[in-house]
Ligand binder design. Structure first.
Ligand code: CA
Length: 578
């Protein structure tokens, strides 16, 4: 064990420590029985660690740990904080914990590792002037790293995928996964499946064509790439699925890229050997300018199941056919085994931006059910047979404007939801919001400019793609019963907030506006809260030497809100940092 509780307690006495020394080498990583993180261990997802983005491959953001529970959480207090020295920028990463070391990405592709004694930032030195980097819709954020076989993997905002030695933080390999002259970025957490690093893309507000790729974890060599939308049909399609997809597009869709970037949700079912990936909105948003003769525009706004060895598509399900409202389907994907109508079902669940909560059979892609989890006015429901949304009249704003809910912020965005197999509930960090959609007249896509085909300054109660204006009707934390398809409890008016952690201690944690809060998982009662910097990401939990910690990354890398990793434990005794 590397990160012993005595040293944590010592930091408790000495207070906040600084991470200016080495990565993890000085703590003897690799010398004291550190366990290799291989495919078997990723599949097992040991309870005391947080080995991958969603803790397990089903991406539940649930921990079986229960030392901290609903009866004693009132004793939770700060065990230590660690200054990440992050540059200015928002934090959206879920940290991972392996062999007593916390690893995470920060803003601008900076990476961080720490134990109770030491840690180090790794700065990829990405040029930050607008002329020297891709245009970004939503900040230089990153949602997390992966660990496998002695290496840490991270995707960077400038489209690079890097592998670092987990012990020393030294760069092992680096691959450019995008065209560097394009406005393609990467913000999603990377995952490792069967020795392959799965990496997405971001930037469908610009003239980009989405894809996701698999790279060999040892060599950095590309294994396969799956394009989510078809390219120019006068050239050969890169893979056969695109010939099928092209039948659902019209006009000269490839000229503005088409969209369908892959910037968030993934999951893996090792038994079925299926990798699940969610895809994003169309580029431009407005289908009238993207595919003027109509069409569903596969594989935009879809959940895809592919074979991880080859990238071959096994099934797809499109949540929003003919997307025109930035209704991405990239949001958290969670796998669960549920008893529905007396039948044991292996399901995949998603609360995409379009406001409906979907339950699908994850082996076949068969639609099971969908009901609104947030305010929805763009559709009156989802057809129970086909799974297609029933659109409200006028919703495609062919001329003039329409105001609908959700707006482009979505009923749910990047914040991970969690599923507790103990309560059987999904905890959704969502919001009720709306927006005005107005067609841009005389639309011409231009490099470096947002190519939505929608007037971007016409908001009602929505959020701009740049995240600049948040005037929604209130974020909520909703405990959702995925079998009954209804809410069991709701915390309204959560403020701007993080993703969610659920634990077997009948607890749900979420951070909001400078505090981390614990709710009872079964009833939603507020049981505890502790101060953290504003701008918190998604909480995690782990256990070292028999002591359970709840950790969260928070701050904005500014003098007012420096970025720190906060770790709480029962009867932690560090004074709250200023
Ligand atoms: Ca988008």
């Amino acid at each position: 064990m590397l990160m012993r509780s005595p040293s944590l307690l010592r930091y408790g006495i000495y207070g906040v420590f600084s991470v200016s020394l080495l990565w993890a080498a000085s703590i003897g990583f690799g010398q004291s029985g550190a366990r290799a993180v291989d495919s078997a261990r990723l599949r097992q997802a040991p309870a005391d660690e947080w080995l991958s983005y969603g803790r397990d491959q089903a991406e539940t953001h649930f921990s079986p740990l229960r030392q901290i529970d609903a009866t004693n959480v009132s004793r939770l207090s700060l065990a230590f904080t660690s200054d990440t020295e992050s540059s200015a920028g928002n934090l959206e990463a879920t940290p991972i914990v392996a062999n007593g070391v916390v690893y995470t990405s920060l803003a601008w592709g900076e990476l961080y590792a720490a134990d109770a004694r030491t840690g180090r930032r790794w700065d990829p030195e990405i040029p930050r002037t607008p002329e020297a980097r891709p245009s970004m819709c939503c900040g230089a954020v990153n949602r997390g790293v992966a660990i496998y076989n002695g290496k840490i993997f991270a995707s960077l905002i400038n489209g690079r995928l890097v592998a670092l030695d987990a012990e020393t933080g030294k760069l092992v390999w680096s691959e450019q996964t995008t065209d560097p002259s394009s406005d393609m970025t990467i913000t999603s957490a990377v995952r490792v499946v069967k020795g392959k690093v799965i990496v997405g893309t971001a930037g469908a507000e610009f003239a980009n064509r989405g894809y996701f790729s698999a790279y060999d974890a040892e060599t950095g060599k590309i294994a396969w790439r799956f394009y989510t939308v078809p390219g120019d049909p006068s050239k050969p399609f890169e893979h056969p699925e695109l010939a099928e997809a092209a039948k659902t597009w019209t006009g000269e869709w490839w000229k503005a890229g088409g969209g369908g970037t892959v910037w968030d949700g993934m999951a893996y079912d090792a038994d079925a050997d299926l990798l699940y990936v969610g895809t994003g909105n169309g580029a431009p948003w407005n289908r009238m300018y993207r595919s003027p003769g109509g069409g569903d525009n596969l594989y935009l706004c879809s959940i895809l199941a592919v074979k991880p060895d080859t990238g071959k598509l096994v099934w797809h399900f499109q949540t929003t056919p003919g997307e025109s409202w930035d209704y991405t389907s990239v949001q958290s994907l969670i796998l669960a085994d549920l008893n529905i109508g007396g039948r044991a079902r292996k399901v995949i669940m998603q609360a995409p931006k379009n406001g409906f909560f979907y339950v699908l059979d994850r082996l076949t892609g068969e639609f099971i059910s969908a009901e609104p989890y947030s305010e929805v006015t763009w559709a009156t429901g989802v057809d129970p047979k086909t799974g297609r949304p029933i659109e409200a009249p006028g919703v495609r704003y062919p001329e003039g404007s329409v105001v609908i809910s959700p707006g482009s912020a979505g009923g749910h965005n990047w914040q991970p939801m969690a599923f507790s197999p103990v309560t059987g509930l999904v905890y959704i960090p969502g919001s009720n919001n709306s927006r005005v959609y107005t067609s841009t007249p005389d639309f011409v896509p231009q490099k470096g400019k947002q190519v939505t085909g929608v007037q971007m300054n016409s908001f009602a109660e929505g959020i701009s793609p740049a995240g600049a204006r948040i005037t929604n009707k209130g974020n909520f934390l909703k405990a959702w019963d995925p079998i009954a398809q209804k809410a069991r409890w709701i915390v309204p008016q959560m403020g701007g907030f993080s993703g969610v952690l659920a634990t077997a201690g009948n607890l749900v944690f979420a951070a909001s506006d400078g505090r981390l809060t614990a709710f009872s998982a079964d009833k939603g009662e507020k049981l505890w809260e502790g101060p953290v910097a504003p701008g918190a990401s998604t909480p995690i939990t782990y256990s070292l030497d028999g002591k359970q910690y709840v950790g969260v990354l928070a701050g904005r890398g500014s003098a007012q809100a420096p970025s720190k990793f906060y770790s709480f434990a029962l009867d932690g005794n560090t004074p709250t940092p200023r």
